[in-house]
Design a protein around this ligand. Structure first.
Ligand code: ZN
Length: 302
């Protein structure tokens, strides 16, 4: 978004969109939040709440959705500037309460990074009896491993390029780790072992055919990583046809899914791996993020 990788960004742009704070003012129509509540806001600030998608619990996909940052409100004038700020105003329907058991710094990165993998895991049947692969173990992928385990998947496989994350990923709870850049014959050795893959990698050069070969017949591959320009590697029709597999996508998650996810995290004691930094380091944090340094999410504290 900062570099207009997803289309033209309406600059100036300030990107914070995993916001935790205290409700200091609440509109009179808002029923779910009281002044003083500890609350969170994710990547979405608004939707129409009237269309068929909003009514069916798919407000994430509303054609009139407004993002928490880098978006223009329906009056075509005002812009959203995210949460690197003292105050944030968001529609009550997109504000959730943070359960007492979860610390603010732990809750924040779940509000976008967490729910972006939680939603497709749940919507695609992650649970007992399933073997789930998480491609790319970074900010999103480390949540993928944590939540797939917490949802009761039989086996969770972390898949990344290099071996340097192997110990971390096994510590996060994965049953197995595949380093696609270093393990010999990884695709053949693990062929048809996974029911579901969530792909957090956003690269046009990722080994897509090999990833898809890991799916069992009937398996599902869900893309959540969003590369600049949007291009994925080409997929040969026979890769789909000859294996009977499905390829889909998923965008963040609804406020209801955020609440369910936070409750799961509270019930199971899920602790994300984060590094807390002062808000004034926001610019340096972006540079460090680009270098792949976070293990696994930076949280900026105001
Ligand atoms: Zn709508």
């Amino acid at each position: 978004m900062l570099s207009s990788g997803w289309g033209p960004t309406p600059y100036p742009c300030c990107v914070g969109h995993e916001i935790v704070g205290k409700a200091v003012r609440v509109g009179k129509e808002v029923k779910n939040i009281k002044v003083g509540d500890r609350v969170g806001v994710g990547a979405q600030a608004q939707s129409c709440l009237e269309c068929v998608d909003c009514k069916n619990g798919n407000m994430t996909y509303c054609k009139k959705a407004v993002n928490t940052y880098g978006s223009i409100y329906p009056n075509q004038k005002d812009k959203s500037y995210g949460g690197y700020s003292n105050y944030n105003r968001t529609h009550g329907a997109f504000v959730v309460k943070i359960p007492e058991k979860i610390e603010s710094a732990d809750a924040a990165p779940m509000l976008c990074g967490g729910v972006t993998v939680y939603s497709p895991l749940v919507r695609n049947g992650c649970g007992p009896g399933k073997t789930v692969g998480i491609v790319g173990v970074g900010g999103l992928g480390h949540f993928g491993v944590l939540f797939a385990k917490a949802l009761g998947a039989d086996r969770v496989v972390g898949i990344s390029r290099k071996n340097d994350k192997r110990d971390d990923v096994l510590k996060l709870g994965a049953d197995k780790y595949i380093a696609t850049g270093e393990d010999k014959d990884w695709a053949a050795e693990n062929a048809r072992t996974l029911d579901l893959i969530i792909c957090t990698v956003s690269s046009e050069k990722m080994p897509m055919t090999e990833y898809l070969s890991l799916l069992k017949v009937g398996g599902t591959f869900i893309q959540v990583g969003a590369p600049d320009g949007g291009n994925l590697p080409p997929i040969n029709a026979f890769t789909l046809i000859a294996n009977g597999i499905k390829v889909g996508g998923s965008l963040i998650g609804t406020p209801q899914e955020i609440e369910e996810m936070l409750q799961l995290a509270a019930d199971k004691g899920i602790k994300p791996w984060i590094e807390v930094r002062p808000m004034k380091e926001a610019n340096q944090a972006i540079i460090d993020f680009e270098k792949g340094l976070p293990r696994y999410r930076f949280v900026l504290e105001n």
